[in-house]
Design a protein around this ligand. Structure first.
Ligand code: SAH
Length: 228
């Protein structure tokens, strides 16, 4: 079972959408578990202070390293990977989602305000991870994105295990177009090959569609795919 630990100032946000649909069922079946830790619980003064102003000046507040460290040290499992959600981090992708779906546990730290005191990252061996080139106001939504993509890869979470392996990014290509009933809709037909029942022809068609779409929309992925 995958155990996820999540450090946040807003514990009430979780599990949120992760308690719905396939994830809710997976939680109930103990296919994964979520331990939500309120960083503020580790604050020592009577006002429960978690942040302070940056040395050198500038706007905003930073999460204090002593509070964060005390929260992490109390809750972290030995040897597990700890990620700080950060726009400066390594960009998250399907390969990282695959890796994380295979471990027993990992931790996610949601930042807020201007971020965290830099020293916490090196002293606690924390990896910075970004969900894309834009700035959010807090790490919570980013954590939900990462968990969504990891959880659906866990065995038993999706009804049809094969459906995850066919998808966009899984083979380095974007997914081919798909169609369902009705066969003719607003005068538009479903591609004939899909009605042929010829599975090897369908497979070839899907691959060629995937390749064409990837070449057209994502030259970066296409270059990598061609090298393979
Ligand atoms: N001052 C920081 C931004 C802080 S944004 C900087 O310029 O780098 C506040 C919090 O939102 C961060 O601590 C982080 O946890 C989260 N966050 C913002 N953008 C993110 C992104 N693209 N990916 C993951 N987390 C992000």
């Amino acid at each position: 079972m995958l155990q996820v630990q999540l450090f946040t100032l807003y514990p009430e946000v979780f599990p949120g959408p992760l308690n719905k649909g396939i994830y809710g069922k997976a939680l109930a079946k103990n296919l994964w578990s979520l331990n939500v830790i309120n960083i503020r619980d580790a604050a020592k003064d009577k006002h429960k202070t978690v942040d302070d102003t940056p040395y050198g000046g500038g706007s905003g507040m930073l999460l204090k390293p002593d509070v964060l460290a005390s929260s992490i040290d109390k809750n972290i499992k030995k040897g597990e990977r700890i990620f700080y959600l950060s726009p400066k981090g390594k960009k998250f992708n399907q390969n990282i989602a695959q890796d994380l779906s295979k471990v027993n546990s990992f931790s996610l730290i949601c930042g807020h305000f201007e971020g965290v005191d830099e020293r916490i990252l090196s002293t606690r061996n924390i990896e910075e991870i970004s969900i894309g080139d834009y700035v959010l106001s807090g790490g919570e939504t980013a954590a939900l994105v990462i968990l969504d993509s990891v959880l659906r890869l866990l065995p038993g979470v999706l009804g049809n295990e094969k459906s995850a392996s066919d998808e966009t990014f899984e083979n380095g290509l974007l997914e081919y177009p798909q169609y369902t009933k009705p066969q003719i809709w607003e005068e538009k037909l479903v591609p004939k090959v899909l009605l042929s029942g010829d599975h090897s022809k369908i497979k070839d068609w899907r691959l060629s569609q995937s390749e064409a779409i990837t070449r057209d929309r994502r030259p970066d992925l296409w270059q990598k795919y061609k090298k393979k």
